[in-house]
Design a protein around this ligand. Structure first.
Ligand code: TRP
Ligand code: SF4
Length: 404
């Protein structure tokens, strides 16, 4: 662990559609906090994405944006280690989305599983819109515009990362073959200096003649070390290795976030739509009340009735919060009616409150200083924009949209 891996860039986004709860904390935010220590991270508020489903009640987006950022900061996401920004503050995402839409076959979007699934699930919303169909491509633009190679997502989003890879490949294939490509690549090789140029050529040969994949890896590392090569030359030579065009857009991979096992108060997955959440800023009295009244094994009508932890939602919470000795105490006490359900819940109540305490302290500091939160986002958005502009510039160039 430790050590910044500067070659890897991580990008992820979250929709602002309500306040964050312990499910978000255990499923996503703790993961972000870890990633920020290892990688160059970009985390953003996906407000345009929220519009694709919530266009009729867009008020909830505006209401959630700043609270969501406060929740991120309170959970330990660190603006010194990651760029935090709002999607719509970087309008370059929209331009890249538009340009990518020109080369994206309709069938690719129609076949994304979430397209039909979500339309079925969210029947109360009319999702037969252009924006909803295109939303995975907007996500592709989000990723590609930062050249992110790692995208932490849940299972349901893996298909979107896969689409992103296909779009990048297609784009590079169509626009990476500039006229005079071979000459440009040869000129770039010379810029590396004699020794490195010879090494690169040997590696290229090893790959082309013997199909040696290790040679490609070594050549990639060699290119990454070249200080005096322009980005465009590096891409050219990377593309040259793979026998394709210039790699203008980077194919990302999904970093599958271990499925959040955070159970809600009723034992189903914690989710706002099930009404079984504890929010990150829930006040401690409500936390106690929610946990005290949460359902247990229905067989335990009286204190003297033994129970079965395996069918009890409280037991699932012990799985998240409790050490083995506490769990042994629960199993033994529950099945022998040695403890009551309130006794059993007590360690959970304490663990949840202890977990929330520092989060809530930090949240209230940020609540009292909205100017600081805005400044964090302003700076993050500017930094993100610098990177986005560079990518977009190359994309425009590759597509022949530079008429100077
Ligand atoms: N679509 C994601 C969601 O609904 C949010 C998102 C938007 C995202 N753009 C992204 C996630 C880019 C990862 C990378 O949860
Ligand atoms: Fe559930 Fe604990 Fe009650 Fe057993 S004692 S039923 S595990 S709350």
């Amino acid at each position: 662990m430790g050590g910044l891996n500067v070659n890897s860039r991580v990008l992820s986004g979250m929709r602002p559609t309500g306040c964050l709860h312990l499910g978000h904390y255990h499923g996503v935010l703790k993961n972000w906090v870890q990633l920020q220590q290892q990688f160059d991270c970009f985390f953003f508020v996906a407000d345009w994405h929220a519009l694709t489903t919530h266009y009729e009640d867009s008020g909830i987006i505006a209401d959630s944006v700043w609270d969501m950022v406060i929740d991120w900061l309170a959970a330990g996401v660190n603006p010194g280690a990651a760029q935090l920004f709002i999607q719509s503050h970087v309008p370059e995402h929209a331009e890249l989305h538009l340009l990518l839409s020109m080369v994206t076959p309709l069938g690719w979007l129609e076949r994304v599983p979430s397209y039909k699934d979500q339309q079925e699930k969210l029947r109360e919303r009319d999702l037969a819109t252009y924006g909803f169909l295109g939303y995975p491509l907007l996500q592709s633009a989000d990723i590609l515009i930062y050249g992110a190679d790692k995208v932490p997502v849940g299972e349901d989003q893996v298909a979107h990362v896969e689409l992103t890879r296909e779009v990048a490949r297609r784009f590079n294939h169509i626009y990476g073959r500039e006229p005079g490509y071979e000459e440009a690549a040869e000129a770039a090789i010379k810029k590396m200096g004699k020794k490195n140029a010879r090494m690169y050529r040997d590696l290229l040969k090893r790959y082309q003649e013997q199909g040696d994949h290790e040679a490609i890896e070594v050549a990639r590392a060699l290119l990454a070390e070249q200080q005096n090569l322009a980005i465009s030359d590096c891409e050219r030579l990377l593309g040259y290795l793979e026998g394709g065009g210039r790699m203008i857009l980077t194919e990302p991979e999904a970093l599958l976030t271990p499925a959040s096992r955070m159970p809600g108060l009723d034992g189903q997955k914690m989710s706002k739509s099930y009404g079984n959440t504890i929010t990150l800023r829930e006040n401690p009295e409500d936390v106690r009340e929610k946990l005290r009244t949460m359902p247990t094994d229905p067989a335990r009508v009286r204190r003297t009735d033994p129970g079965n932890p395996d069918i009890c939602p409280v037991w699932q919470l012990h799985g998240i919060y409790s050490a083995d000795e506490v769990k042994d105490w629960v199993r033994e006490g529950c099945t022998s009616a040695g403890i009551g359900c309130l006794d059993c819940k007590q360690p959970i109540i304490e663990s949840v409150l202890a977990e929330l305490l520092p989060i809530q302290e930090r949240a209230s500091e940020f609540e009292q200083d909205p100017g600081r939160v805005r400044a964090i986002i302003r700076e993050g958005s500017e930094a993100a924009r610098d990177v986005a502009r560079e990518t977009l510039d190359e994309v425009r160039q590759a597509m022949g949209l530079k008429y100077t």
